[in-house]
Ligand binder design. Structure first.
Ligand code: ZN
Length: 264
């Protein structure tokens, strides 16, 4: 198995809400000895996705030993689980992540009971697995902070087993995001780690593939994966880790770079 910790599949630049531009991100990745990095800037609507694709194409980054892909982290539009960006635009990115974020969380304003919120989230989680353009489910179960404040414990083993089955059937990848604890800071880290371990044990048993991402929003955090690595080692996930198919090829070019060379 190649050095899986040398690949960061979830990063943000100043093209969305990150601090540093693409060139600075690339130079940092080179300095840190990274093998590959995916830019996954946020897209919340079609206009933003078109702008991001244009910005990626215009970046014209220098040749590098670091393999780059130009992806996006889009978000869920509503309880149906559909993405906020149209399929035809998502298909133009090298890799698509999707998260549960503010656009969806706002739609829980009329809910007060945590259990019914968890049930609604579960229904939407199941639907998101069906989206063909999505490869990676970004930091699943990131519901511990305001406005939802839904603890992991509200997702029973049975719910998680059904979720795992849907992820496997639809070929999606479960992300282990290094800062996952960020979403569950109202409980101790030890309690969070115990609950998250219950989740991972169920996902592992279902035979899922996992991706690793820092979700860094600055160049400093590229490849910052110590806790994700701990999870990989505790659950022996090394052979279950996902890398984008583009990196299984010997060629360094990404889809976008190939496209630029052909001036298409
Ligand atoms: Zn992110």
């Amino acid at each position: 198995m190649r050095d899986v910790y040398g690949y960061d599949l979830h990063t943000h630049s100043s093209l969305s809400d990150g601090r540093n531009d693409l060139l600075c991100m690339l130079r940092s990745a080179e300095a840190f000895g990274m093998k590959g990095m995916v830019f996954t800037d946020h897209t919340f609507n079609n206009q933003g996705a078109e702008k991001l694709l244009e910005d990626y194409s215009a970046a014209n980054l220098p040749a590098s030993k670091v393999r780059l892909l130009y992806g996006t982290e889009t978000t869920i539009a509503d309880f149906s689980g559909r993405p906020a960006v149209s399929p035809s635009l998502l298909q133009r990115f090298d890799l698509v992540l999707i998260d549960f974020g503010g656009i969806l969380f706002q739609q829980f304003a009329d809910y007060s009971d945590k259990k019914s919120m968890a049930l609604q989230l579960f229904d939407t989680m199941m639907e998101v697995c069906r989206i063909p353009e999505v490869t990676i489910l970004a930091h699943p179960l990131n519901f511990g902070l305001a406005p939802l404040q839904i603890p992991l414990s509200l997702f029973t083993d049975e719910m998680l087993e059904n979720y795992a089955d849907a992820i496997r059937r639809h070929g999606k990848v479960f992300e282990i995001m290094n800062q996952m604890y960020f979403w569950h800071t109202s409980i101790s880290f030890e309690d969070f780690h115990r609950e998250y371990s219950r989740v991972i044990a169920i996902m592992k048993k279902a035979g899922l593939r996992f991706s690793l991402g820092s979700d860094t929003h600055s160049c400093c955090g590229i490849g910052n994966l110590p806790w994700a690595r701990k999870i990989v080692e505790e659950f022996d996930l090394i052979d279950d880790l996902f890398l984008p198919p583009q990196w299984n090829k010997t060629r360094m070019n990404t889809k976008l770079q190939e496209c630029a060379a052909m001036t298409c």
